[in-house]
Design a protein. Structure first.
Length: 250
């Protein structure tokens, strides 16, 4: 089974080596790694050129993160596709082997696992643990989704049901998972461990304005796909986030 990993970049020199090293060191033998760069002006492309394992580099202006990811998905030739952002990394060398084994054993349409959020400057320091263990498609109505950085989907379903919808500026990942798991009811399998380490500081939490925007977009995605919800429900998930922060301090 060939796994295609898409890494979108834009002026990512400060964190990119961790990402690329973690892919290059994977033990799974069949990995296609595609880097999609939005026209970086720092050392990003120079760093990319140092890694011979990278299968393809696309470097051109884009319409943002999700447009870059879509370009990578279109270019991918693997059986299964996952996204690894340029400030994220795999926690150990066996992650992709575990993912491939999950597909081969249970033959799901997609898999997902857990994410560990770490400090930006000290990646050995855990800030938050995001578990997908208790996810169920009905939880989309409350704004919950499986950890998107761990989501691996067979390419044929991107071809059949579409890519990230660029109408959503910062919640296109939520809309895509909702479409695949709720609307089309694809068969999923959960891996009970952290598959990705992710630096804190994502776009959706960068400001109060972005938090309000992501709630607005999640609400719109639910309405677009006839998921019964209420705006008040979407804010309740912040209580769960607080519990995730507390979990790392137990």
């Amino acid at each position: 089974m060939t796994l295609s990993i898409i890494t979108p970049t834009y002026n990512s020199a400060a964190t990119l080596r961790d990402t690329l090293d973690s892919v290059a060191q994977q033990l799974h033998p069949q990995v296609e790694h595609i880097v999609v760069d939005g026209g970086s002006t720092d050392e990003t492309l120079s760093i990319v050129s140092e890694y011979p394992h990278i299968t393809r580099v696309i470097s051109e202006p884009d319409e943002g993160l999700y447009d870059a990811i879509n370009k990578g998905i279109r270019a991918a030739a693997g059986d299964v596709i996952g996204i690894l952002n340029s400030d994220d990394f795999f926690p150990h060398t066996g992650v992709l082997s575990i993912i491939a084994q999950a597909f081969e054993k249970n033959d799901p349409d997609c898999i997902y696992g857990d994410v560990v959020y770490v400090q930006a400057e000290n990646t050995s320091k855990i800030v938050r643990y995001y578990s997908s263990r208790h996810f169920h498609p009905r939880k989309f109505a409350m704004g919950f989704m499986p950890a998107h950085p761990t989501f691996y989907l067979k390419k044929k379903y991107y071809d059949r049901f579409g890519l990230h919808n660029l109408r959503y500026r910062i919640a296109a990942d939520f809309e895509l998972l909702l479409r695949m798991l709720y609307v089309h009811q694809l068969k999923s399998s959960y891996i009970d461990q952290a598959l990705v380490h992710m630096r804190v500081g994502g776009v959706s939490n960068a400001s109060l304005q972005n938090r309000l925007l992501i709630n607005k977009e999640i609400y719109q995605a639910c309405r677009d796909h006839e998921v019964p919800t209420h705006k008040a429900k979407l804010y309740l998930r912040y209580f769960r986030k607080a519990l995730e922060f507390l979990r790392t301090r137990e």
